[in-house]
Write a protein that binds this ligand. Structure first.
Ligand SMILES: NCC(=O)N[C@@H](Cc1c[nH]cn1)C(=O)O
Ligand SMILES: [Zn+2]
Ligand SMILES: [Zn+2]
Length: 474
């Protein structure tokens, strides 16, 4: 196995890799904004083209369309499916990633243009740089390096790259179900690199939280009203909405929706010990976020609440006045958007009912004439892997080869909606092999990927393919 040669190849192609990332970041592939759908289609074409260039067998799979709130339908971005090698004597891995991004505008507080990749001191700033465009590119470059050097890939490699992850992977569950006995029949393992390290130490991730995302719509008058002319005579939808949202979580973070906390799997002594052994500086985590105080100052409690407890986050209110300046309006209809991160043993179907029952009960107590509608638009389950699986031994060996250290074994507070589907539908084992930095600012202003993580991450993937090939079939 010619790791040194492959590593040299990666080092000598750094600028090309950065240029490839620049081209991908320049595409505003925001899956939540329906006006950007053409960009998303273009992004999927670019992914297919990149894979074709290195001689993969590539298909763009049509996964249908999504229903918009106004009743119209919009084509979903096609899913890119690719294959490199079909040697039955080798194991087959399937790499999953996504190339859609969260919204970003310069005026949100970015120091640089979000869709113009900008290198500042070795950090490559741009929306989607870390989540998840550079890791997808790093996987493609890993395969490309073997091919360019005329080295046999140690395993067959398949890709599934989608464009709707950030909005819940619409349409992908059905595609996986339909390909269970074809595309997935010879897949041995699934690899996902859509998360980050906990610190400067590389990590292997063995769990993600799920997410239930809700819209709570309160509708009152038939149109917006002047608050001076009508204020004091109508019960305002916004007052109702804020009132009911405020009953979900206490100021110190305790979830108040009946039944939610009771469903959480107990925290075992073994877990406590594992968290205790992780090197993690709570104080630098606090200062990095720029807050005066965290909810928990104890490392174990903090990590546990980041990874394996549910949380309620309120994201926004559609229909509310939010522009700069003042406007004395009573909005006629407002939609509160919030989500609840899911952990074992919560079940999104049960959570949906618990949340809806709770909000309707507190709304009823207000005796408001307005109308409340609660809808769950995403119901993604949590995912948890067995750290004793050989995939993780292979991960440790690859980290040792490239970084000469032991990885952190961590969980992820965020959600990869499709992870649980992969596990439940295909029955294959999954590993999450992150290369993102702990401070990459995912979903936030000034998202970045460092050159170091991008390039060393590419080497890690190269080494990982070799380590996976050493796993003995059971
Ligand atoms: N990189 C993973 C990620 O950011 N996932 C999103 C997916 C999601 C969950 N609910 C809505 N989208 C995340 O927010 O965790
Ligand atoms: Zn992601
Ligand atoms: Zn994301």
């Amino acid at each position: 196995f010619k790791l040194d040669e492959l590593i040299k190849y990666v080092d000598s192609h750094e600028e090309e890799y950065v240029q490839a990332l620049r081209e991908w970041v320049a595409v505003e592939s925001d899956s939540s904004d329906v006006t950007k759908r053409e960009e998303l289609h273009r992004m999927m074409d670019m992914v297919a083209e990149k894979l074709r260039k290195i001689k993969g067998t590539v298909e763009l799979v049509d996964i249908g369309s999504q229903q918009l709130p106004d009743g119209s339908s919009l084509a979903l971005p096609k899913v890119v499916v690719a294959q490199f090698g079909s040697d039955t004597n080798k194991a087959t891995v399937c790499v999953y990633g996504h190339v859609d991004v969260q919204p970003a505008k310069k005026e949100d507080g970015w120091a640089t243009e979000p869709y113009n990749l900008t290198d500042i001191n070795g950090n490559l700033y741009g929306r989607g740089a870390s989540d998840n465009k550079a890791p997808v590119l790093a996987w493609i470059h890993a395969v490309e390096a073997y091919k360019a050097l005329n080295l046999d890939l140690p395993v067959n490699v398949k890709f599934i790259i989608e464009g709707m992850e950030e909005t819940g992977s619409n349409g992908l569950d059905a595609m996986i179900e339909s390909k269970k006995d074809s595309f997935f029949s010879d897949v041995d393992y699934i690899i996902i690199s859509d998360c980050g390290w906990l610190s400067k130490r590389p990590a292997l991730t063995y769990g993600t939280r799920g997410n239930c995302y809700f819209f709570a719509e309160v509708e009152g008058p038939k149109q917006d009203l002047h608050s001076g002319v009508y204020g004091g005579t109508v019960i305002e939808p916004m007052t109702d909405l804020i009132g009911i949202l405020d009953t979900m979580i206490s100021p110190s973070g305790t979830i108040l929706i009946p039944g939610i906390r009771e469903a959480v799997a107990p925290f075992s002594d073994e877990e406590w010990k594992m968290y205790q052994d992780i090197e993690f500086d709570v104080e630098s985590y606090r200062t990095k976020m720029g807050v005066e105080q965290l909810m928990y100052s104890n490392k174990v409690e903090l990590l546990a609440h980041r990874w394996r407890h549910p949380t309620v986050s309120i994201h926004g209110i559609e229909g509310a006045f939010s522009a700069p300046g003042s406007k004395t309006v009573i909005p006629a209809k407002v939609i509160g958007k919030f989500s609840i991160r899911q952990v074992p043993d919560m079940d999104p179907a049960v959570v949906e009912k618990q949340v809806s029952d709770h909000l309707h009960a507190v709304f009823a107590k207000r005796k408001s004439p307005n109308k409340l509608k609660v809808t769950m638009i995403i119901g993604a389950k949590p995912w948890l892997a067995d750290l004793k699986h050989p995939l993780y031994h292979a991960g440790k060996a690859a980290v040792k080869k490239v970084f000469d250290m032991e990885p952190d074994l961590i969980r992820e507070g965020g959600t990869i909606p499709i992870a649980r589907t992969f596990q439940d539908v295909t029955g294959k084992s999954i590993i999450m092999l992150p290369i993102g930095g702990f401070d990459d600012g995912l979903h936030s202003q000034n998202e970045k990927m460092s050159r170091y993580n991008y390039i060393e991450g590419t080497k890690l993937f190269i080494a990982y393919l070799q380590e996976v090939s050493q796993i003995k079939a059971t």
